[in-house]
Design a protein around this ligand. Structure first.
Ligand SMILES: *Cc1c(COP(=O)(O)O)cnc(C)c1O
Ligand SMILES: [Zn+2]
Length: 415
């Protein structure tokens, strides 16, 4: 597979051990495909045929698009847990909450096998690592990446190591990671500290790194927008709205949209809105300011633990995505996030706090007139409601987030 540095354009291969995640200049790599001979109409028919398949590689919502993700990977090396194939919902209550725009879809990436969108990217990354001959896989994580990696490592019968901050992460996610069998290494520090440590250790320890600095993660995560486009008969809404933490999902969205447009699957690019939590919003500050360099947030802090990242590694890829799609950024408070979450939960779809940032952000953009009421949007719900049960307790039982009309505590009765 061929890769290119997003900062300086240098080309290199990612077919050898040790795996490379960065260029000599420090820039991240992206996989480059040659799509010149792709016949869009033929491929659409192939993807539609695979849509109804079960119990085979192409039934996966990632590997259904293998030709656009990792055509060189031998089919027998592709690892799957039937990821993707997630639901698309249009609850009226959430549409009203978000300002009553014409049409709102929720893409529930939360329905992935480990409960978050990380599975789409992880399926591609672990497959590539195994193909290169690695037998030990590692990541730093606020809990969802580690759950996903731990699950796939178990499926492959291989070892996984997960560095997880010892505070400000959801116990549900850490326990899920433990349950699948990863060796969890808890540390005092932030996600950003863990990333730095792991990058320095990986080569010596022989780890295949499964963080989003790994370009294969981005390739797998592209399938999100392929699947959304296919679900909507290749007519994307005016806006795609998603939360941004490490910015891998935003980067993958940019790559996927660029593919769809280049190949001719779509003839118009949607605009993308990246929503950050106020306490961890270095990308939003950069996009709203004059400088085109990210200034890290040394002490990130938000209740949406999956967004608690001060130095997002993929910021340059995400910036390119904003440029490509005429995109915007916005920041929302924890209270706004928790209120949006309660509304999404109550609609029957449900999600974890970080995911709800997308809907809270859309609501703000409608209020500000950036998104018009006669436009359409899709919000990406990144993680499941059961990923953070403490958030449910705080909101409904403890009344912490001050949105009394949405509170629903159990009533104690006497039998
Ligand atoms: C990882 C994650 C995010 C943030 O995605 P990035 O790619 O890091 O920007 C948002 N929500 C959930 C539930 C996540 O697990
Ligand atoms: Zn470079």
């Amino acid at each position: 597979m061929k890769a290119e540095c997003v900062a300086c354009g240098a080309e290199m291969s990612v077919d050898q051990r040790p795996m490379r995640y960065q260029c000599a200049c420090g820039g991240l790599l992206r996989i480059v495909h040659d799509f010149r001979h792709v016949d869009a109409e033929r491929l659409k028919r192939v993807f539609d045929e695979r849509r109804g398949m079960r119990h085979c590689l192409h039934a996966s919502g990632v590997w259904r698009y293998k030709e656009l993700i990792a055509p060189e990977l031998p089919d027998r090396e592709a690892v799957t847990r039937n990821e993707g194939n997630t639901g698309l919902y249009e609850p009226d209550a959430v549409r009203e909450f978000a300002g009553g725009i014409r049409r709102l879809h929720l893409k529930a990436q939360s329905e992935n096998p480990s409960g978050s969108f990380k599975d789409n990217g992880m399926a591609a990354a672990v497959s590539h690592g195994r193909w290169l001959g690695y037998d030990s896989f590692a990541c730093t994580s606020t809990g969802n990446t580690s759950s996903s990696l731990s699950m796939y490592a178990a499926v492959m019968g291989m070892q996984s190591i997960a560095l997880v901050p010892s505070s400000e992460v959801s116990p549900n996610k850490v326990l899920q990671t433990v349950g699948y069998g990863a060796q969890v290494l808890a540390f005092d520090g932030t996600y950003d500290d863990g990333i730095r440590w792991l990058q320095a250790q990986a080569e010596e320890q022989g780890y295949y790194v499964c963080n989003s600095v790994n370009p294969l993660r981005i390739e797998g995560q592209k399938s999100l927008i392929y699947e959304l486009a296919q679900d909507l008969a290749w007519q994307l809404p005016d806006w795609i709205v998603l939360p941004g933490g490490a910015l891998s999902n935003a980067s993958a969205l940019g790559q996927g949209l660029s593919d769809l447009y280049t190949i001719g699957f779509i003839d118009k690019l949607p605009r993308v809105a990246v929503v950050q939590a106020e306490g961890a919003s270095p990308f939003h500050r950069m996009a709203a300011g004059a400088s085109k360099r990210l200034v890290p947030e040394p002490k990130p802090s938000t209740r949406a633990s999956a967004l608690n990242i001060g130095n997002p590694p993929s910021w340059l890829k995400a910036l390119r995505m904003l440029e490509l799609t005429n995109g915007v950024t916005v920041a929302v408070s924890d209270a706004e996030i928790m209120e949006a979450k309660a509304c999404i939960d109550r609609s029957g779809v449900g999600c974890e706090p970080a995911s709800a940032a997308a809907v809270a952000g859309l609501r703000k953009l409608v209020r500000e007139g950036v998104v018009a009421r006669d436009e359409t949007a899709a919000c990406i719900l990144t993680g499941s409601m059961l990923k953070d049960t403490d958030a449910l307790r705080e909101f409904h039982l403890e009344g912490k987030w001050n949105a009394p009309e949405l509170r629903n505590p159990p009533r104690l009765i006497r039998l």
